[in-house]
Design a protein. Structure first.
Length: 57
């Protein structure tokens, strides 16, 4: 019955994050800026976000 439905993508711990560009708040410069995941290659990165929510955490 459920075989006909495509399952949503669920990232696994071994998956690489896709390269992306996004707006992010820079707490040092106190402003929004564009970030690129590509600029962090070779570094540890934690992606922390709330979809559809612009709450400063």
């Amino acid at each position: 019955m459920y075989e006909d439905y495509e399952q949503p993508f669920c990232a696994q711990t071994t998956d690489k994050a896709p390269l992306f560009v996004a707006e992010a708040y820079d707490n040092v410069e106190k402003k929004m800026k564009e970030i690129r995941l590509q600029s962090f290659i070779g570094k540890w990165v934690i992606l922390f976000f709330y979809p559809s929510d612009f709450t400063f955490v």
